[in-house]
Design a protein around this ligand. Structure first.
Ligand SMILES: Nc1nc2c(ncn2[C@@H]2O[C@H](COP(=O)(O)OP(=O)(O)OP(=O)(O)O)[C@@H](O)[C@H]2O)c(=O)[nH]1
Ligand SMILES: [Mg+2]
Length: 432
């Protein structure tokens, strides 16, 4: 039987045996079902069977049609399964009817994804965001959440809650949503202050984005190892949603220019809308970035599908038009892969072997600093803040301490050239 633990998870690590159920409305869902299996694996659930029905649309009452439901009940009994996972988001009615008909717990793809996120969230803000998404998912389904989600009704694993109970639960959830909204607002303000501070440092921001398990964290680690910063590597794992809380690292290129690299949460098809909404503030970092590195797994046969899913989530976040490079990662596993068909913004790379990064780096540099011009500035000694500002961005090509101030040779962006126009250094006299 499903239970909640303290972390608001639906599924506890106790062994579960699940049967996957899907509705095929025309497009091939074999990959989608396979991915559902991987999601179950990421939540620690064993999958022992699968049942797909071809239908024009999911049955409004029971998701699968009547005949298939009988088949599914039989399969559950034969496999001794205690859980059915539906490949699509279910309504409260569908959840309730299915549980009654099957006598096992029923969850859907959304609940499964929310559960994985709940178990992975580390930061306070991440936890709040996931809880918010869970509550918003639960609210319209209260009467259907009999077996799996009746914690708030008190009757874990018992019958669905009665009307009076439902009303109390609803009020309870609404109150909690209000509390979380308030706390998240405080976090957001806090982050706004932090961001304003990093904006002042003027470092360009590059964000990694893409389908889950495509290798975003590995690409970050490759950058770190090229910058000889292996000590601050991030976790990379063959598991969906390894990265949940964004991490930022400072990358210094060989020519001394610097940027902030941000590793973010991956996307998956049918990513719950409530979750995208809840993560909006975390993903602001993607929206604010100067450049996106969209990482895709070149060894995955239907990589275009992953690219499309990522693009549509980015568009939903308002980051669809950002400057972007498309990195086809894992080419060590797909030696015949060519990125040519994807246009001049596409690169074939391998985070594992380092292949392709030599061509990629100059391109990133061009995109971030194409407008830079090597400029000589002379900063008076009472403006140490300006010297720090420039040094945080890049190591100056030359630096000298003269009688009138610090003389530096730095590659300035158009914006910085304007800012530093009062400090242009007089031309050095030609040496005869
Ligand atoms: N062969 C090969 N494996 C890779 C490469 N890049 C990443 N991987 C593997 O792919 C798996 C996923 O890598 P991650 O870097 O964790 O992927 P991610 O996109 O950050 O995944 P999430 O954070 O879970 O969304 C790991 O097992 C990596 O070792 C590569 O270039 N070649
Ligand atoms: Mg990752």
């Amino acid at each position: 039987m499903l239970r909640f633990d303290e972390g608001n998870r639906v599924i506890r690590s106790e062994e579960h045996t699940a049967i996957l159920a899907g509705v095929d409305t025309g497009e091939d869902i074999s990959y989608s079902m396979q991915e559902l299996g991987s999601l179950a694996g990421a939540a620690g659930i064993r999958v022992d069977g699968m049942l797909v029905q071809n239908l024009d649309a999911a049955h409004p009452g029971t998701y699968l049609g009547k005949g298939k439901m009988t088949e599914l009940a039989e399969l559950c009994r034969n496999m001794d399964a205690d859980l059915v996972i539906a490949n699509d988001e279910l309504t409260g009615t569908q959840l309730r009817n299915m549980e009654q008909a099957l006598s096992v717990s029923v969850i859907d793809r959304t609940m499964l994804i929310l559960d994985i996120f709940a178990s992975r969230a580390m930061s306070r803000e991440g936890k709040l965001q996931v809880e918010m998404a869970q509550l918003q998912y639960r609210l319209p389904r209260l009467s259907g959440l009999g077996k799996a989600l009746s914690r708030l009704g008190g009757g874990i694993g018992t019958r669905g809650p009665g009307e009076k109970k439902l009303e109390t639960d609803r009020r309870h959830i609404e109150r909690r949503i209000r509390d979380i909204t308030r706390e998240m607002r405080r976090h957001r303000q806090h982050r706004g202050v932090r961001r304003a501070r990093s904006d002042r440092s003027g470092l360009p921001i590059v964000a990694l984005t893409g389908y889950t398990n495509s290798g975003k964290s590995s690409v970050m680690n490759r950058f770190l190892s090229m910058a000889e910063r292996d000590d601050v590597q991030v976790e990379q794992k063959d598991l969906l949603f390894t990265t949940l809380d964004a991490s930022r690292r400072l990358i210094t290129l060989a020519d001394r220019s610097r940027f902030l690299l941000i590793d973010t949460v991956g996307f998956v098809s049918k990513l719950p809308h409530t979750l995208v909404e809840a993560f909006h503030s975390t993903l602001e970092e993607v929206v604010d970035a100067d450049l996106l590195l969209h990482v895709a797994d070149a060894s995955f046969p239907d990589v275009d599908f992953h690219i499309d899913v990522t693009r549509s989530v980015l568009t939903e976040l308002g980051a669809g038009d950002k400057p972007m490079l498309l990195l086809f990662n894992k080419v060590d596993l797909a030696p015949d892969f060519s990125a040519l068909a994807y246009g001049p913004h596409a690169y074939a790379v391998s985070a594992k072997t380092g292949q392709g990064f030599d061509a990629l780096l100059p391109r990133i540099r061009d995109m971030l600093w194409s407008d830079r011009v090597e400029t000589d500035v002379l900063i008076p000694y009472d403006r140490g803040d300006l010297v720090s500002y420039l040094c945080a961005k890049m190591t100056p090509a030359r630096i000298a301490h003269t009688e009138t101030g610090t003389r530096m040779s730095v590659a300035l962006s158009a914006e910085d050239r304007k800012r530093f126009s009062p400090y242009l250094a007089p031309k050095e006299p030609d040496v005869p």
